[in-house]
Design a protein around this ligand. Structure first.
Ligand SMILES: Nc1nc2c(c(=O)[nH]1)N[C@@H](CN(C=O)c1ccc(C(=O)N[C@@H](CCC(=O)O)C(=O)O)cc1)CN2
Ligand SMILES: [Mg+2]
Length: 306
């Protein structure tokens, strides 16, 4: 039997609609909306699309924000100065620097320059450390979106064997931390990477296989235990313009019990989670600035955490 296809677009639309209601209440009670500022350096074509999609989604959620478009030749100190300005602007609750940055820029230094309380990407070492310690503040949007998808689909992780293919800072590493975390994933979690001698053999042990290796259409039915759940985080554009993931969808769907497609699986959840993180950042800033009474009013109106 073919696997059930997990419809990320529908789940993301529901998340965004729920958030839009909370944002409307926030605006009414507090007097302003959460604000997300995005920084895009250069003209990477895919990044331009993602940033436009983020802008549209933000507007639909009723949030404030701005996209700061800088030329490809922007110097490190110029980008750092913009980040510092955004850090100091009390009206800005979330800051996102779109990756990848042009090669001459030190991306790690820029990510570390973002105020960790505005780091809605969850990439700052302080936020990575909090996640590793089981005290998450901002969790990277793609792995957070995967956890929300699993929950919404009723896919249990507790006590199950999870394998993550890939150890990137954006997906693989935080994904494995979430899956292993007490009370969050509680899965027996293994990470495979470029030095793993036989990743296919390890993948075949997985009840839950997360594929984030960044290699187009690599994982086929031979990598998958019959009945496993397969989550494909990869996204690649073929020469004919087709978008594909790291998984060979048709082959994998013959042995998996549930699978995410590309496009329309994990991708849409990434943007929904970014908006959720921005809402949380605005709530936390309000609490920090002494708005305890306003927070209580929000809670009374059902506006709790996302
Ligand atoms: N600062 C960041 N940079 C990057 C991140 C990130 O989380 N923070 N992630 C990726 C790109 N990304 C968001 O920025 C992203 C990628 C893909 C999608 C998405 O919705 N994909 C759709 C297809 C979209 C299309 O038609 O091209 C899908 O999979 O259905 C959203 C966000 C790297 N950089
Ligand atoms: Mg992401």
């Amino acid at each position: 039997m073919m696997a059930r296809v997990i419809d990320g677009k529908t789940h993301a639309a529901r998340e965004r609609a729920e958030l839009a209601q909370k944002v409307a209440t926030f605006r009414r009670v507090v007097g302003y909306a959460p604000r997300l500022d995005v920084v895009l350096v250069g003209d990477h074509p895919a990044s331009a699309v993602y940033v436009r999609n983020k802008e549209k989604a933000r507007e639909q959620a009723g949030m404030e924000g701005r996209v700061h478009r800088l030329p490809a030749e922007t110097a490190q100190h110029e980008l750092a100065a913009l980040v510092a300005d955004l850090n100091h602007d009390p009206n800005v609750h979330g800051i996102l620097v779109q990756l990848p940055l042009p090669a001459h820029l030190d991306a790690q230094a820029i990510l570390e320059a973002i105020d960790p309380r505005k780091d809605v990407d969850g990439f700052h070492p302080e936020n990575v450390g909090l996640l590793a310690l089981g005290r998450p503040r901002f969790v990277p949007c793609t792995p957070l979106g995967v956890m929300r998808l699993l929950k919404a689909e009723g896919i249990a992780t507790t006590g199950r064997e999870a394998v993550v293919l890939g150890r990137s800072a954006i997906v693989g590493l935080p994904m494995s931390l979430l899956l292993a975390a007490r009370g969050t994933g509680d899965a027996t979690t293994t990470i495979c990477h470029t030095a793993t001698p036989d990743p296919r053999a390890v993948a075949r042990r997985a009840d839950l296989l997360i594929v984030a290796m960044g290699r187009a259409e690599t994982v086929d039915a031979d990598w998958i235990k019959p009945g496993a759940v397969v989550i494909d985080v990869g996204i690649h554009k073929r020469d004919d313009g087709r978008l594909v993931g790291d998984v060979v969808f048709e082959s994998a769907a013959r042995v998996a019990t549930a699978i995410t497609p590309v496009p329309g699986g994990v991708g849409p959840m990434t943007i929904a989670m970014l908006l959720n993180n921005t809402y949380e950042a605005a709530r936390a800033a309000l609490a920090h600035s002494g708005g305890v009474g306003l927070l209580a009013s929000l809670s009374e109106e059902g506006c709790v955490s996302t």
